[in-house]
Design a binder for this molecule. Structure first.
Ligand SMILES: Nc1nc2c(ncn2[C@@H]2O[C@H](COP(=O)(O)OP(=O)(O)OP(=O)(O)O)[C@@H](O)[C@H]2O)c(=O)[nH]1
Ligand SMILES: [Mg+2]
Length: 366
């Protein structure tokens, strides 16, 4: 008989901390002897998330070119692939950060079509505490109102809200925020977590691995607003080879990301998430921007060398053409010192979500 695999879906808006948690959770579970498979998802290929997660020994499958909801079969295939290749006990999957209505379009169809093969955990939705506070204050967290609508819908349909980056708040403020979230979303359980300081991760894993009540409710989603919330984003994925004589890649990365951030702030283009990974030899550096310039942060080091590979993913509220221009100009400005070779570059604005399935009822679990 085929063993039952656990599936944990970690949703939440762009930059909420999903990939960081996937990595941290995978480490914890592997230490406890579990076999893990991870699944990343994006509208296009050349993913920073896949690159970072694949640096570890854990098996990673990617569904790219479309989100899980609009390519349900892609998700099923990816799950079967990691389950079979890694003999996974637990699969953790990260849907695209601008996706919502996952209970109706992913969780219910999975419960129905993979009965016996798959046990789906409560739908966890992560929320950045700063953006979340802003949204609860009735603001749009600097986002387009339709993008803020997506943010709220994600929370509303969740089984479990995970307030992420708990290390950024004082404990007393965190507790207050948690109470506010509970009042606003009374049907969801609320937990706090920090992948950075490694708090709340075991508690969350314990909760999701012991429960089977996934997708307890469906919410109404206005697909016109949802589509608009996604369409306002320019979405750029690129892989670039850089060559230069003894280049300090960390300095390059800082200048590059700071330059991009300044451009976006100057034209008041709201940043969903701009992430980069710079690999040189076996060293690498990650850079992330999840809002204005003050959110820019780096981890790791790519050292000093002559060749590096840059993977860049940007989701910014501007037209794809304008976003591509900003990125190309920033690359051009380095050409004096560096030889820049663009291996792949795709820039788009997400199309209207057309889910493969959209259930109108909650599928019971026996
Ligand atoms: N302070 C702090 N920062 C965190 C924590 N977890 C993630 N981050 C930062 O948040 C940023 C975004 O993290 P990701 O894990 O890439 O977010 P994501 O939700 O996967 O983003 P998308 O895939 O673009 O939707 C990065 O700069 C992370 O370093 C945390 O626990 N504390
Ligand atoms: Mg991610």
């Amino acid at each position: 008989m085929m063993k039952t695999t656990r599936l944990i879906l970690v949703g939440g808006f762009l930059g909420a901390g999903k990939t960081t948690l996937l990595w941290e959770a995978a480490q914890r579970l592997m230490e406890n002897g579990k076999r893990i498979g991870l699944i990343t998802n994006d509208q296009a290929s050349e993913l920073v998330d896949t690159a970072i997660l694949s640096r570890d020994e854990v098996k990673v499958a990617e569904v790219s070119g479309s989100c899980f909801c609009c390519n349900f079969n892609g998700l099923i295939n990816a799950m079967r692939q990691v389950r079979d290749d890694a003999n996974a006990d637990v699969i953790i999957a990260e849907p695209v950060g601008s996706c919502t209505d996952l209970s109706a379009t992913i969780v219910q169809p999975l419960k129905e079509s993979m009965k016996g093969e798959l046990l789906v955990s409560p739908l966890s939705v992560m929320a950045d505490p700063v953006r979340l506070t802003n949204i609860l204050d009735g603001s749009t967290a600097g986002l387009h109102p339709s993008a803020a609508y997506i943010f709220r819908k994600q929370l509303e349909e969740s089984d479990l809200i995970l307030i992420s980056k708990a290390d950024l708040l004082f404990p007393k403020d965190l507790e207050k925020l948690k109470e506010r979230v509970k009042l606003n979303f009374p049907d969801s359980e609320v937990m706090t977590i920090s992948s950075k300081s490694r708090t709340g991760v075991d508690e969350w894993l314990n909760e999701v691995l012991n429960r089977t009540d996934a997708g307890q409710r469906l919410v109404e989603v206005d697909y016109d607003v949802y589509a608009e919330g996604e369409a306002v984003l320019g979405w750029l994925n690129s892989t670039i080879m850089l060559n230069g004589e003894l280049t300090d890649w960390d300095i390059f990365a800082r200048n590059f990301m700071q330059g991009l951030s300044q451009q976006f702030d100057n034209i008041r283009a709201s940043v969903g998430h701009v992430k980069m990974m710079l690999e040189s030899g076996d060293q690498y550096l990650m850079g992330n921007l999840t809002g204005m310039g003050d959110t820019l942060n780096f981890r790791g080091s790519a050292g000093i060398g002559t060749e590096a590979r840059l993977t860049l993913n940007a989701r910014v509220e501007m037209s794809p053409e304008a976003l591509e221009l900003v990125v190309r100009e920033m690359l051009d400005s380095t050409r004096g010192q560096l030889d820049v070779k663009i291996l792949a570059l795709r820039c788009l604005s997400p199309g209207r979500p057309e889910p493969t399935f959209r259930f109108d009822h909650v599928v019971p679990v026996f």
